[in-house]
Design a protein around this ligand. Sequence first.
Ligand code: FAD
Length: 446
Amino acid sequence: MEPRHRSVVVVGGGIAGIEAARKLAELHQSPLLVVPSEEALGGKALRQGVLALRFLMEENRLLREKNPLERYRELRQRLVNFWNFWRQSIKEELLRLGVEIVYGRAVFTSPFLFSVDGVSYETERVIVATGSQWEVPDTAGDSFEMWTEWENLPSSLLVFGEGREACEVAYLFASLGSEVSLVTSTGVILQGKGERFRQVGEHLLRRAGVKIIEGCTLSKIERDGSLWKASLQDSWGNEITLSGEKVCFLSRRRSTLPFSLEKDVTTGKVQVNERYEAKVKGVFAIGDIIHPGCEAQVAKREGILVAENVFLDMVPPLVSSVQLHKDRIDYRLVPEVLFLDYPLARVGMTVEEAKMRFQPYEIQLVEREWPFLEGQEKQRKVIVSVLLHKVKQHILGAVVYGPCAESLVNLFSLAMAQGVRFHEIGEVMYIAGTMEDFVGRFALEI
Ligand SMILES: Cc1cc2nc3c(=O)[nH]c(=O)nc-3n(C[C@H](O)[C@H](O)[C@H](O)COP(=O)(O)OP(=O)(O)OC[C@H]3O[C@@H](n4cnc5c(N)ncnc54)[C@H](O)[C@@H]3O)c2cc1C
């Protein structure tokens, strides 16, 4: 049978693929979106990443009075309801906009010829948004489930990894009542995110009861009755054995490529130009497969940018009259939040990065602790560290911890994107006792 022809195809239904398909449909291009199954819509962000974590942290706060086992069951039920609701809303929106969705894994014979469940398709443009997967040691076999699949709260848990994802999952389960060990291979958690961020993150993890086991390599992991038994070697060559009811590997992610594409030799990520086009013309790649540790909001923005670029290729006569973005994202301006209780957030350069870039007299670090009134009378502290260019007063970076960390860090990121100087923040804020006022007072006090 002749392959079905579609002018543009998006492969992968994570945040990046959904956004590319949505934008293409808004530009009247009727894309075909290939997703392995309805459950796969939303990808990692929904199943195990930012959406799931943030949802669980918020709901956990509301259910504190329940005992841990009951609370976990209730949380899981709410999470499943949230997933169903999210997927249903997205599916309806995509179909309403004119996106054609096919369920099944795309198997490629060439970049422009593939089949899904025995049905062949050909295309001229393909947007690859197939994400990445966590690397799981061979010895562990196939019996792994992702942490959101666990029906019951594990009494003990081993988390392997040192980045944001591992820290968040470790924190979540420790605050739910599991005994958690976080095993790092490097010996330093949250590396490359700045010393202030790292210190506060580590303090909160330890306070929640997470046991941090630093600088260990995993030699073997196997089932031992109802437990997982892990044999580790520390940096002095000593053997350590740990066991846990559940295990979670959140250390390294590997790109999920549906066909071979040229990769960067050091990072192993797919190489693309500033239009997100790979070395093969007509093949575009976005999201997790082109970045180490991509953010969901970056994946989303790339979906929009790539759709606009593909649209410009498809509709040449309009090129001169349409002003669309073609550029890459400035990743420094994308804020990052560690979903702990309260959240810890950062954006921009770290002090260490600024020291490499500027002269010592050019940078200034301003640190403040502020009382923050929450509800009736509960007072909490918000800790803010802002890194400034001393001469130009531009904000280079910020770290925030406290009840409003997520909103505050967004504000700093906006100010950075617009080139607003630090003292100017104070001049444009509202007078009322809002979070913005808080930033205003903060900026005016220096
Ligand atoms: C624990 C954790 C915490 C995180 N925390 C944050 C956070 O706080 N903030 C933040 O911004 N980001 C966070 N992230 C990162 C964020 O979730 C990811 O960067 C983002 O979801 C990547 O989206 P994506 O669309 O590129 O890839 P994915 O979500 O991986 O989607 C890829 C999709 O492609 C499908 N696919 C693969 N192969 C094929 C094929 N051959 N045919 C069809 N479909 C295919 C997959 O099934 C999947 O549905 C976190 C991630 C994790 C795991």
